[in-house]
Design a binder for this molecule. Structure first.
Ligand code: ADP
Ligand code: MG
Length: 695
């Protein structure tokens, strides 16, 4: 491996590269755009574009692409070469400021739900200068936002940037109240831990369910699963290690700070975590991480499964979204060392508690997809109930605030908010709580519900927006207060009292918690379809509208897209289930039954006195299960047809979860039992044992 200093960021048109290659004035203008969001003059864009092209061409690029994130949750790219005819049968390499700033891909074939009719295909991608351009596969990739002709966002980046802007605005208002007159922007930061499975490519190719849906739709448990806890942090196999080394290098080249790697709980499951960065860049990076993992795995004759639940019976994969907010110099979720800063920290802390409680269903929705429904609430991932873990010491402080131990008179004293304990707190104020969906971990919150295959954009849009809203409410009240300190104290106490119910430091996997949470009035939203309803609630539409994150039309369009995506996912799974059962499992079972029956006949003919009870038992048992499988298969077909016939999208999605999905499970049960009874040689595809342990 060459030197890290040569590798890291070598494929990124970074600030350093810009500084080296751009004229001073251009660099300054561009930096202003990046840091303060000022518009870039066309002449400046031309200079930047030309420098970018030269840099990329030197690295072997022939093409450029506006790289964007449509609502599929994946990334999209259409490549254009730099070549322009030069008139004499030759070409020159050209790239203008206009081409850098804006492109016009056809928007009609991306999910847009009414925001674009097919005949009105115009959509625009616009350069996001805050996320650096990079080289991938001989192509200069320019991170862009994607919107409709009419300006509505059609992607995951635009609203994320809007939510960051909203949060910045409100957080700065709070900082002003605490006497900070110099901070002009606050950013949210994210470090997403990415879990994934690696399996052998040859075995993968023999399973239609994995190929078409990313998860197994059939499969009996092997004799060994994850019960020995021997995989978590276990020694990494050479083949996996080779993949991980490659991943590190490829990510480092892209300027992605791949930092931590280890084996996860389930066999064949692993994790990678980068160092956190600004949410927008972290989101772009996470898309690249997923993309790169899939590609590099292929190089190693492996397949990377990013699905939230590739295998029943062992842990699925999530994405812990470590989230904080920071000024250029300070993390606002870090408990400070002076009373003044502590009060500020407590304001942000209490605002977060209030936001998460008030908008729990929205936060739950942000982590909802068909894959994640298998995890949330299934005793391996956080429960579907949103609660906050604070850890012992912060919890104690919050309780003090709630119990009114902080009166306004007390507040005027040196330790205004009565939290003199805080400066003495050791850095790590919290123990870990693996079961909490939203845990304070010392200087950030870890939102643990996010699914492994999801874009982290959605969850962070919600986190940023709901916090912006809570901060806005506080700022509105306190900006007009005559006595800021006492007003702050009163406000925090009022908020803590109102939202205390969301704090839970116990075991989220315990059955009692479900009962307790219900008593507290905390929502327990079990499925994606139920979770999605919140996107059309008046208060949610008002929230997004107020902070300029989504218009009402955008909320409704997104809701519809998510219903549709859900229904389509289950539909594909159901069709693959039918296909595999009908064309692979049932014929295999029939063959095996026939061979057992043949052997019975042969024995009867050859040695009439020999016992054939074993064969008989097998034939009877298998035939019964076969019949049950066939009955359930027919039922599944009927449910699919009935669901598809529904016209209203939310009804259709409801049918898919409550009828089709249930029918799929009913078909799986006898099939999985058959797998345990049929001779290995007859079973038509690799088993869980093969997939999880033969890597
Ligand atoms: P864990 O022990 O929880 O598995 P990891 O080291 O795997 O932790 O991941 C922790 C993640 O949290 C890393 O991506 C790290 O960079 C990130 N992180 C640390 N501080 C912050 C912060 N202030 N804001 C956002 N993310 C942070
Ligand atoms: Mg980790």
């Amino acid at each position: 491996m060459s030197k890290m200093s040569e590798i890291f960021g070598s494929n990124v048109f970074s600030i350093t590269v810009m500084k080296e290659r751009l004229p001073k004035d251009t660099f300054k203008a561009l930096k202003k755009t990046i840091e303060l969001g000022e518009a870039l003059a066309p002449e400046v864009a031309d200079v930047v574009a030309s420098a970018m092209k030269d840099w990329a061409v030197e690295k072997g690029a022939t093409h450029y692409t506006h790289w964007f994130q449509p609502m599929t949750g994946k990334t999209a790219e259409k490549h254009d070469s730099f070549i322009e005819p030069a008139g004499d049968g030759k070409v020159i390499m050209e790239f203008s400021g206009k081409q850098l700033i804006q492109c016009e891909p056809d928007a009609s074939s991306f999910p847009n739900c009414g925001l674009r009719a097919t005949f009105e295909a115009r959509g625009y991608t616009a350069w996001d200068a805050t996320s650096p351009a990079f080289m991938k596969d001989d192509t200069l990739c320019i991170p862009t936002a994607f919107c409709a002709y009419t300006g509505e966002a059609l992607d995951k980046k635009t609203p994320l940037l809007r939510s960051m802007q909203a949060l910045s605005k409100q957080a700065v208002r709070i900082l002003r109240l605490f006497g900070d007159t110099t901070t002009h922007s606050v950013t949210s930061t994210v470090g997403p831990e990415q879990e994934y499975f690696l399996i052998d490519k040859k075995l993968y190719q023999e399973r239609k369910d994995l190929i078409f849906t990313g998860r197994t739709l059939f499969g009996a448990m092997p004799p060994k699963g994850q019960e020995l806890d021997d995989h978590y942090f276990g020694s990494i196999k050479e083949r996996i290690s080779a993949f991980m080394k490659d991943i590190d290098v490829e990510l480092w080249k892209l300027g992605i700070t791949s930092k931590t790697k280890h084996n996860e709980v389930a066999p064949a499951q692993h994790e990678m975590a980068p160092v956190f960065t600004t949410t927008n860049i972290a989101t772009d990076h996470n898309q690249l991480v997923m993309d790169t993992m899939v590609k590099i795995a292929n190089r190693h004759d492996l397949v990377c499964l990013l699905h939230e639940k590739p295998f029943a019976g062992v842990n699925g994969s999530g994405k812990h979204n470590n989230w904080s907010i920071a000024t250029e110099s300070a993390n606002l979720f870090a408990p400070g060392s002076t009373p003044h800063e502590n009060a500020q920290f407590l304001t942000f802390l209490v605002a977060t508690i209030a936001a998460v409680d008030k908008y729990a269903p929205l936060l739950r929705m942000s982590a909802a997809n068909a894959g994640n429904d298998h995890r949330l609430g299934a005793n391996e991932a956080p429960p579907a109930i949103i609660s906050i873990f604070l850890g012992e010491q912060l919890n104690d402080i919050i309780e003090q605030i709630k119990d009114g131990s902080l009166t306004s008179s007390k507040e005027a004293a040196t330790m205004d908010l009565g939290v003199t304990t805080l400066p003495d707190l050791p850095k790590d104020v919290t123990d870990r709580n693996r079961t909490s969906p939203f845990a304070f971990t010392g200087n950030r919150f870890e939102f643990r519900m996010v699914g492994s295959a999801q874009s982290i954009s959605g969850p962070n849009i919600v986190l940023n927006t709901i916090l912006a809203d809570a901060l806005c409410e506080i700022a509105d009240e306190l900006e007009n207060a005559t006595d800021f300190r006492s007003a702050l104290s009163t406000k925090l106490e009022q908020l803590v009292k109102k939202h205390y119910k969301v704090i839970f430091n116990g075991d989220g996997y315990n059955e009692d918690w479900v009962v307790e949470a219900e008593k507290r009035g905390l929502p327990n939203i079990k499925t994606t379809v139920e979770a999605l309803a919140v996107f059309s609630d008046d208060d949610v539409i008002a929230l997004f509208g107020k902070h300029g994150v989504f218009t009402k039309e955008e909320c409704l369009a997104r809701q519809e897209i998510m219903y549709e995506e859900y229904a389509k996912t289950i539909n594909i799974e159901a069709l693959v289930s039918v296909d595999m059962a009908q064309k692979e499992i049932l014929p295999a079972v029939m063959d095996y039954i026939a061979s057992v029956a043949d052997s019975m006949n042969a024995i009867n003919a050859a040695v009439p006195s020999a016992p054939v009870g074993t064969q008989e038992k097998i034939v009877i048992k298998l035939s019964e299960l076969l019949e049950l499988a066939q009955v359930n298969l027919d039922k599944l077909r009927i449910e699919i047809d009935a669901a598809i016939a529904k016209e209203e999208i939310s009804e259709l999605a409801h049918d898919f979860i409550f009828k089709v999905f249930e029918a799929m499970k009913a078909l799986r049960t006898p099939c999985d039992e058959l797998e345990t009874l049929v001779a290995v040689a007859y079973w038509p595809f690799p088993t869980y044992g093969d997939l999880l342990f033969r890597v």
